[in-house]
Design a binder for this molecule. Sequence first.
Ligand code: NI
Length: 388
Amino acid sequence: MQVKELAARVQPELVELRRYFHQHPEPSFEEVNTGKRIAAELEKLGISVERKAKTGVVGTLKGGKPGRTVALRADIDALSIQEETGLPFASENKGFMHACGHDAHITCLLGAAKILAQLKDEIPGTVKFIFQPAEEIAHGAKLMVEEGAMEGVDGIFGMHVWGDLPAGKVCVDAGPRMASADMFTITVEGKGGHGSAPHQGVDAVVVAAAIVMNLQTIVSREFSPLEPVVVHVGKVVAGDRFNIIASRALMEGANRCFNPEIRRKLPEIVRRVAENTAATFRATAQVEYHFGCPPTINDGELAAIAQGAVKKLYGEEGLAPMPLLTGSEDFPFYQEKAPGAFAFLGVCNPAKGTCWPQHHSHYTIDEDALQVGAAVYAQFALDFLAAK
Ligand code: NI
């Protein structure tokens, strides 16, 4: 029996699983019961299980034939959002919700495990099922990799459900797909004094305002207009009172881009602009830069295998285009160890009211897409292992 038929056969179980996980969301690194249930489901299939990254799970299925190793990845954490869907299986964990569809990711990957376990004897190699905690705080993938989840892996495939994409359609184009996200803080030191005598002080509020404005010229004047870059200051804290000159300002911001070369240059540019702007006004600025997630860039060969898998399952119409996303993922940490491709699975069906932005309190999915996700994971694994 082929993957598509096996996926259709497990679909009722997938709906049940998705509703279970949806009803019991757990936040980053606290996915204790989620992890236990995933491990139990894998063990039922005869898949060996290791626990990693506190609450993560790695299942290993050795095929009947020798070959390479492919990893399939799902993230498993929920968000601190109060659910407002009114669904009969809405969150029972007050204040937490699977509002990014990670409940669907768990389910699709368990579905792939159910499919591949039945095809075990035919599989030329090994399939690793990586259920990763704490994607929402961008720590889970890194820790999974540090704890050896990628050892011996030759290629990795991940997937995210997406509320803008028609239900059941898949987009897995080659090249950049999601942006990097890196954080910075700037501390401006001026000199306090009475608000009536500005010449006696160095106003950190004015300096911070000038830095915010000058940082905007990084995007417009330092990089090609054909390269998308976001420089964003999201927090400025300064001053105590209307008639006191602020002696210090604290700023927090984030940079996003799709080009690793630009990403490497940004810390130095932010530092130059902040320090020299501050110096213009007799103040000082100290910049701390923290690299978060790299951009998600799909390997050309793996993206082609994934697109081929979708076409094999659902024909050309199984694929749909989708623009680049300036949001980010921690999936690239796996790609530092092996080539990878990251797909988007559509869950939007206007007739079922499932077209919501990610992280929305009404977020839900067209459950018919679950079998598609499971099938694509499984078919990718088979085609990757068959490729060499
Ligand atoms: Ni997500």
